[in-house]
Design a protein around this ligand. Structure first.
Ligand SMILES: [Zn+2]
Length: 146
């Protein structure tokens, strides 16, 4: 996942400029092609980050109940089109204090796409998530299909 503090356009341009080795750039857990990549935290502490991709969906509320029961925080990488389809679920994820991430608008593969295409996917999702939930995602994750 990538921190978007460097700006959406910078991340999108970095994604597209690296088209020649996008397989590694997108799927390589330590790839820093798009910017700083995070795939592990402080190794001196026994912790992990629990993340979910592609939602929200109709089944997300059951997941939220389980996370609540065990008091587990998570990060939900959401697709803009799914936020528009399930806006109340998206708001519930945010209301429960989970982190929200940007996982593109329509969940396309990004390899070999133009900077304009990638930018639109990221920007549309960012706008939808922020306008729907009131939360501006700070993290981006590209599609991980193999
Ligand atoms: Zn995905």
């Amino acid at each position: 996942m990538y921190n978007m503090d460097s700006g959406l356009l910078g991340v999108a341009t970095g994604v597209a400029a690296a088209a020649g080795f996008m397989g590694y750039a997108v799927r390589g857990r330590s790839s820093s092609v798009f910017g700083e990549s995070f795939y592990h935290g402080d190794r001196s502490r026994p912790v992990l980050a629990l993340t979910f991709d592609d939602g929200p969906s109709e089944s997300t509320p059951r997941l939220l109940e389980a996370l609540h029961k065990y008091r587990v925080p998570a990060t939900f990488f959401m697709c803009g089109e799914n936020v528009r389809r399930c806006p109340d679920v998206a708001r519930e994820v945010a209301a429960r204090g989970h982190e929200l991430g940007n996982h593109t608008d329509s969940h396309p593969r990004l390899d070999f796409q133009s900077p304009r295409f990638i930018y639109r996917e990221m920007a549309q999702a960012q706008t939808t998530i922020q306008e729907t939930t009131g939360v501006a995602p700070r993290w981006f994750r590209a599609e991980q299909r193999q």
